[in-house]
Each structure stands twice: as structure tokens, then as C-alpha cells.
Design a protein. Sequence first.
Length: 107
Amino acid sequence: MRQTIDKILLFTLSACPMGRSMKTVLEEWLASENEYGITFDVIYVDVDPETTNRYRIKVNPTTIFLDGDSMELYRIEGFKEIEDVRRLTNQLKKGLLSKKFRRKPTG
């Protein structure tokens, strides 16, 4: 079953170089894949702990892919290179990845 990514959330600390690098990777992936319909937000865990807790973030940085119903399709914990993101999102769009994270945030 094909899945549509409608929103990407990147959770990171405001002073984290790895989070800044992951932000750059995601922006480059969005531009290279012509994925302009996807909303991309950065949530700084030290500024917005409520949202961070609602999504049960444990690792910095964490990237969450959401569908149109705000259901979590998949998450990447830690830093990934653009080729890893491309491979993961292609698998996700084709419905080949596990739905173990398919849930709405708590709260």
C-alpha cells in the first residue's frame, strides 16, 4: 500500500550541529525530489518540550514523517546522509517499511 508523506518534523536541540546537518539534508532531499507539497518544520526540544514529549522523542536529532491525518509513518533517529533519506522515503512511499510507528502523538 502506497503511503503519502505530507509533513516532516525534525526534533533537535537548538545548538546541535548534528541537528543543523540533518536539517540541511532534509532541505536538500525536499528540493532534489521536487517534494514541494510536503510541510517541513523544525522543533527545538529545548524550546518546545511539550511537543517533544507528545511525540515521545528520545534521540537527538529525530525526524518524523507524517501522513495527511498526522499519523506517524516512520521516524529516523540520529543523523542520516541524503542517500539514506532518499532510500528510506522511497521505501516508505511504496509501503515497504514497517508501520510500527503508525500512531498519532499522545496528549
